[in-house]
Design a protein around this ligand. Structure first.
Ligand code: BES
Ligand code: MN
Ligand code: ZN
Length: 510
C-alpha cells in the first residue's frame, strides 16, 4: 500500500528518491511547468538538460535526470503535460493524473517520491495523488522460491523496491479540503489496487469460494464495518437463482452470491452495486477459441470493482448505504454444464431459454439484479465485462453506459468522467426488444450479433422493477489492458469502475 501525503514545503528540500516535475510542450520543446518552486540554479540545470535531451514535454514523455544541484532527491523525473498554458488552472485533472502515473511507473527502485506539478486546489491535488498512487501499483504475481532468490542473481519482482509513499507538494497543503482530498486519493488508489489484484490473480487461484474468502478477510481489516453474507450453491438452488446456478453447474468450483453491506446509521439514501464475477469464462459448452479465452480470468472485473467500492465507501465513512452483490461463478464445459436450449427460471420467476452458453454474464447478473431490487434501493448500477460488442463499438478504453432513466445515465457518466474513467452513453432501443422473444420461455437470452451490447442491456432491464433508477456499465474493454502500460494504467487489470462507482456513491451522500 502506498501512503499519500501533502506538503507545502519547498519540493527541492524534501528527502526522497525521486522528485517529479512537470514539463510543457512549447512548440515542440519542453519547458518546466509552474509549481516546482526550485532555486534558480536547479531550474537552469533542468532547462539545459531538457534541451540537451531534446525533450518535447508531450503527454506520456518521461525524462530522468540525476544529480540536479540543490535538489535533495537523487533523481528528478520530468513528466510531460503536453500543450497548455502554464496557468495552473488550465490543466485537466486527467492530464495531471496520467502524468503523475507515468512518472511514478518509471521510478524504478524508488520507495519515496515527491511530486511538484502545477496543482492547487483539492481536485488537482487529488488528481496528482491518485495518479501517483495508482502508478505505484505492481502485481506481485505467483513466483516460486528459486525465481525469488534468482539463481542467476536476478532479483524477483517481489523483492524489488516499489514506491510506498508519495508526497504531493501544493501551496494549500494545510487546507482542510486539500487534506481530505489526499486521504480520499489514498483510499481510492488502494481500492483500485485491490480490484486490480483480484483481476490479475490466476483463475486457478481465484474462483468463487476464494474470491469470497478474500472479501471476508478484507471485511475484518478495514476501518468501517462491512458485513458479508454468502449464498452457496445449495442456498442459491433453494433461493431460485436459476441463472447463477445454471452458469455455475458445469464447474467443480461451485457458484456464490456474496452480499457486502456498508450501512452507516446516518445514511439517508442507498445505492446497490451488482458485479459480474465470472472467475473464468471458457464459454461453457459453446466454448471459446483459445485466443479469446486468454483474457477471460478478467471476467470478474465488475465484481472486483463492486467489492473494492464498498470497502472504500466504508473506509471513508460515507453517509450512504452501499450494498454490493457479487455474482460469482465459473463458466466451464462438462457433463453437468448447462446446454443451449435449456430453460432456467430466474430469481424473479422469469424463465429464460439458453441460446449460447457463452452469454453467461447476463444470467448471473439477472439474478443479482433481482436480489438487489428486493431491498428497494434508491438506485442500482450493474457493472460487467459483458460483451465483445462493447469493444467493437467503443474500443478498449471507453465503457458503455445504458440506463432506464436518461437523468441517471448522465449522473453515472458524469461520475465516470470526473474520476478519469472514460464512458459514453448507449441506447436501449425498444425496437430491439423483440429479438429477446422466445417460443419456449418468457425470454430468449440473446439477440442478433449486431448491437449485441444493447440487447444484453435490454435483457438486464427485464430484471429491474419499473421506477427504480438503474444503469448498466459494460466494461469489457477498459477493465483489462492487454497492451503496454500508459499513464497510471498498468498492463492487466486496470481497476476500471472503482472511480466511477465511488464518485457516484458520493453524490448520494450529500
Ligand atoms: N465475457 C464475455 C465478453 C467479453 C469479451 C469480455 C471480450 C471481455 C473481452 C461474455 O461472457 C461473452 O462471451 N459474450 C458474448 C455474448 C454472445 C455469445 C451473445 C460475446 O460478446 O461474444
Ligand atoms: Mn461468455
Ligand atoms: Zn463472460
Amino acid at each position: 500500500m502506498t501512503t499519500v501525503n501533502v506538503s507545502d514545503r519547498p519540493a527541492h528540500g524534501l528527502k526522497a528518491d525521486v522528485l517529479v516535475l512537470g514539463t510543457l510542450d512549447a512548440d515542440g520543446s519542453a519547458v518546466l511547468a509552474a509549481g516546482h518552486g526550485l532555486p534558480t540554479a536547479a531550474a537552469g540545470h533542468l532547462a539545459q538538460q531538457l534541451a540537451a535531451l531534446q525533450a518535447t514535454g508531450a503527454a506520456e514523455e518521461v525524462v530522468t535526470v540525476a544529480g540536479v544541484p540543490e535538489v535533495s532527491a537523487g533523481r528528478v523525473i520530468l513528466t510531460g503535460l503536453g500543450k497548455g498554458s502554464p496557468d495552473t488552472a488550465s490543466f485537466g485533472h486527467e492530464v495531471l493524473r496520467r502524468a503523475a502515473g507515468a512518472a511514478v511507473r518509471s521510478a524504478k527502485n524508488a520507495t519515496k517520491v515527491v511530486l511538484a506539478l502545477p496543482a492547487a486546489g483539492a481536485e488537482s491535488v487529488a488528481a496528482v495523488a491518485e495518479g501517483a498512487a495508482l502508478g505505484s501499483y505492481r502485481y506481485a504475481g505467483v513466483r516460486g522460491e528459486t525465481a525469488q532468490r534468482g539463481s542467476r542473481g536476478r532479483r524477483g519482482s517481489k523483492d524489488a523496491p516499489t514506491v510506498s509513499a508519495v508526497t504531493v507538494v501544493a501551496s494549500d497543503a494545510r487546507d482542510k479540503a486539500v487534506k481530505a482530498a489526499a486521504v480520499r486519493a489514498g483510499v481510492l488508489a488502494e481500492a483500485k489496487a485491490y480490484a486490480r489484484d483480484l483481476v490479475n490473480t490466476p483463475p486457478n487461484k481465484l474462483f468463487p469460494q476464494s474470491f469470497t474468502d478474500s472479501v471476508k478477510e478484507r471485511s475484518t481489516t478495514g476501518k468501517g464495518t462491512v458485513t458479508v453474507t454468502v449464498l452457496d450453491e445449495k442456498a442459491l438452488r433453494k433461493g431460485g437463482f436459476g441463472g447463477i446456478v445454471g452458469v455455475g453447474q458445469g464447474s467443480v468450483n461451485p457458484p456464490r452470491l456474496v452480499t457486502l453491506t456498508w450501512a452507516p446509521a446516518k445514511a439517508k439514501q442507498s445505492v446497490a452495486l451488482v458485479g459480474k464475477g465470472i472467475t473464468f469464462d471458457s464459454g461453457g459448452l459453446c466454448i471459446k477459441p483459445p485466443a479469446s479465452m486468454l483474457t477471460m480470468k478478467s471476467d470478474m472485473a465488475g465484481a472486483a470493482a463492486v467489492a473494492a467500492t464498498v470497502f472504500a465507501a466504508a473506509e471513508l465513512g460515507l453517509p450512504v448505504k452501499v450494498t454490493g452483490y457479487l455474482c460469482l461463478a465459473e463458466n466451464m464445459p462438462s457433463g453437468t454444464a448447462q446446454r443451449p436450449s435449456d430453460v432456467v427460471t430466474m430469481r424473479n420467476g422469469t424463465t429464460v431459454e439458453i441460446l449460447d452458453t457463452d452469454a453467461e454474464g447476463r444470467m448471473v447478473l439477472g439474478d443479482g439484479l433481482c436480489l438487489a431490487a428486493e431491498s428497494g434501493p434508491d438506485a442500482i448500477v450493474d457493472i460487467a465485462t459483458l460483451t465483445g460488442a462493447q469493444m467493437v463499438a467503443l474500443g478498449a478504453r471507453v465503457a458503455g453506459i445504458m440506463s432506464n432513466d436518461d437523468g441517471f445515465r448522465e449522473r453515472v457518466r458524469a461520475a465516470a468522467n470526473a474520476s478519469g474513467e472514460a464512458a459514453w452513453p448507449m441506447p436501449l432501443p425498444a425496437d430491439l426488444r423483440s429479438q429477446l422473444d422466445s417460443s419456449v420461455a418468457d425470454l430468449a437470452h440473446k439477440g442478433e450479433r449486431w448491437g449485441g451490447m444493447l440487447t444484453a442491456g435490454l435483457f438486464l432491464k427485464e430484471f429491474v422493477p419499473q421506477g427504480t433508477a438503474w444503469a448498466h456499465v459494460d466494461i469489457a474493454g477498459p477493465s483489462f489492458n492487454e497492451g503496454s502500460p500508459w499513464g497510471y494504467t498498468p498492463k492487466g487489470g486496470t481497476g476500471f469502475g472503482v472511480g466511477t462507482l465511488l464518485t457516484l456513491v458520493e453524490t448520494y451522500a450529500a
